[in-house]
Write a protein that binds this ligand. Structure first.
Ligand SMILES: C[C@@](CO)(OP(=O)(O)O)[C@H](O)COP(=O)(O)OP(=O)(O)OC[C@H]1O[C@@H](n2ccc(N)nc2=O)[C@H](O)[C@@H]1O
Ligand SMILES: Nc1ncnc2c1ncn2[C@@H]1O[C@H](COP(=O)(O)OP(=O)(O)O)[C@@H](O)[C@H]1O
Length: 304
């Protein structure tokens, strides 16, 4: 049976660890990162159409491009090129992942469109080719396909699954304005101008990986690290207050998520997360506060 429409649910991510090496000649930085997929999802619906169309609704929809530059549209165009077909599909994105929030929302939409169009056209593209297309769209897109908890190397696109036992409970403080990923990397380079960046920055975080296997958030919490955090705080100094407010509210630890400005707080359990979220909402340090758990699977077709 040829399906009329395919809906794909795709998770946001947080970087539990983000070690950033020196600036490379191609403009990227070598990374050693631990991704975790969280239960905050965008939905991407793909259906046949007379031409390539993209519409977005939900959180921050107005800030998302509604043309061929949208990452979801670029994903469909690339699959169509490889399949030698015209990209005649309508893409409808429902956003819950904050735009320009350091939670890889655009990458999630690209991964959702990839999985959606491959299913719609019944292309049977192999996982490795799908990952290769994903990496061509953006460094974070392969992880949005993959989900779970994973070690990311290279520019973040080379993945290795990590065994994480149990569930981790997070509170997300979503900022009033976004941060541009290239601007944050650029700010980090500026802050590092007078010191040499060594291989230590990209050493494998063995202690954190062992802690994830233990499943104990109290062991994981002190090992969270984000090299982009000083750069994000330099561009949005008010985030210091947000981080302090989360700790004061009872979180085990808090970090800026990726390039920010979303702040992610690891909590001892679900009850603690609900309490921290309530207190953070009252503190007025964020536009919105959400709870989420991880790890969750990557981009998946939703049976409607
Ligand atoms: C920082 C991270 C952490 O996971 O994500 P966000 O927090 O923004 O979601 C990623 O490295 C973002 O990945 P993604 O948003 O896919 O970046 P890309 O589109 O590949 O690259 C955008 C720009 O970011 C910078 N960039 C990205 C990845 C990398 N390893 N080194 C870089 O320097 C480059 O300036 C590049 O031109
Ligand atoms: N489908 C999409 N959803 C969100 N942003 C998109 C999308 N396609 C392109 N963009 C652009 O990518 C930029 C980064 O957005 P996003 O992926 O949400 O943030 P981050 O890189 O911080 O995780 C946005 O400012 C937006 O202009």
């Amino acid at each position: 049976m040829v399906s009329d429409a395919v809906t794909v649910r795709v998770p946001a991510k947080v970087n539990l660890y983000l070690g950033v090496g020196p600036l490379r000649e191609d403009g990227y930085h070598d990374l050693m990162t631990v991704f975790q997929a969280l239960s905050l999802y965008d939905d991407v619906r793909v259906s046949p159409s007379t031409e390539l169309r993209i519409t977005t609704e939900g959180e921050g929809a107005a800030e998302v491009p509604a043309d061929g530059t949208n990452l979801a549209a670029r994903a469909v165009t690339e699959v169509a090129r490889r399949a030698e077909r015209a990209p005649k599909v309508a893409i409808e994105v429902t956003k819950r992942i904050p735009v320009a929030g350091g939670m890889a929302g655009g990458s999630a939409d690209a991964a959702g469109a990839l999985v959606g169009v491959v299913d719609l056209w019944d292309l049977g593209i192999e996982r490795t080719e799908l990952s290769e297309i994903a990496a061509g769209l953006g460094s974070d897109v392969p992880f949005a396909l993959h989900g779970g908890t994973a070690l990311g190397t290279g520019r973040g696109e080379q993945l290795m699954p990590i065994l994480a036992r149990g569930e981790f409970h997070w509170v997300l403080a979503i900022s009033r304005s976004g941060l541009s990923t290239p601007a944050v990397y650029h700010e980090l380079d500026r802050l590092r101008e007078n010191r040499s960046v060594t291989d230590v920055e990209t050493e494998r975080p063995d202690a954190l990986m062992a802690a994830l296997t233990s499943g104990d958030p109290r062991v994981v919490a002190p090992l969270l690290r984000n090299d982009l955090q000083p750069a994000a705080l330099s561009l949005q100094p008010a985030l210091r207050r947000t981080l302090r407010a989360g700790i004061d509210a009872g979180a085990l630890n808090g970090i800026v998520s990726g390039s920010g400005p979303t702040c992610a707080f690891l909590c001892a359990d679900e009850t603690s997360a609900v309490n921290v979220a309530a207190e953070l909402s009252g503190a007025g340090v964020a536009r919105a506060v959400r709870t989420a758990k991880g790890p969750v699977p990557g981009a998946r077709v939703v049976v409607e």
